[in-house]
Ligand binder design. Sequence first.
Ligand code: GRF
Length: 211
Amino acid sequence: MAKKRVAVLISGRGSNMVALIAAAKEENYPAEIAIVISSDPAAEGLKHANAAGIQTAVVDHKQFGKDREAFEHALHRELEANRIEIVCLAGFMRLLTPWFVRLWQGRLLNIHPALLPAFKGLDTHARALAAGAREHGATVHFVVPEMDSGPIVAQAAVPVHDGDTETTLAARVLAVEHQIYPYALKLVAEGRVEIADGRCLIDGKPATTQP
Ligand code: GRF
């Protein structure tokens, strides 16, 4: 079967993007990273994508001011021009409008550094520590118009240790992010994920939590 053409959308460091690029290098991986698109021309991840020989593009959100739809039209044109089939948000720091989300519904994935539905939004590690959570983690989910919601494809939990700081906890979570994103994209690219009643079924069964 032909590999699915994937765009990874970034705004910064791009470590999840690097993990996806590495996974997609495997011969039997069902997806190829056709392009990396950044909303910020200064994103560090662009350097890593270039070094890996992946095509890159910048759709600079600042050029569109407050006009989110114009920004998204430009993004969509880039995706269409590259015949993209699946979009992976990976540290992409722009909120997407319902217009864009609906256009890509079922083909748009995001990774969030918490065990959704807990700790939606920003500063998840600090909030997990402040709440005294004993478990934290990461989630790959389909994007729906409501932020950090949408059917969960894969999730991985990590323990919170006594004495953890935001930095130590973030590092533990990031390590599992790099495992579950390639795993989730593989499942989606293989067409093994179906959405029923707002949740994901994998091979027709409720999703398991660990890769
Ligand atoms: C990750 O923690 C991801 O879960 C969140 O933003 C961060 C991006 O990191 N959405 P990176 O750019 O992939 O290194």
